[in-house]
Design a protein. Sequence first.
Length: 71
Amino acid sequence: MAPNRVDGVARHLQQTIDVALPKLRAISDGAAGVPHAPGKWSRRQIVGHLIDSASNNHQRFVRAFAQIGVA
C-alpha cells in the first residue's frame, strides 16, 4: 500500500475513533450489559465479539503472510 494511501486510511481510522469514543464512553456499565431485546446480545457482548473477531482475523492474516513469505 502506498504511503499516502496508508496515511489516508490512518486518518480515517483516527476520525472514526474520535467520533465513536465519546459515544462509547457515554454508555454506562449497567446499560452496556443489558440486551437490546430478549435473546439478543448486549452492547458489551457485541463489542467483545467484534474485538475477538478482529483478533482472530489479524492472526489469520499474519499466518497467511508468513506462509507466503511476505514481510
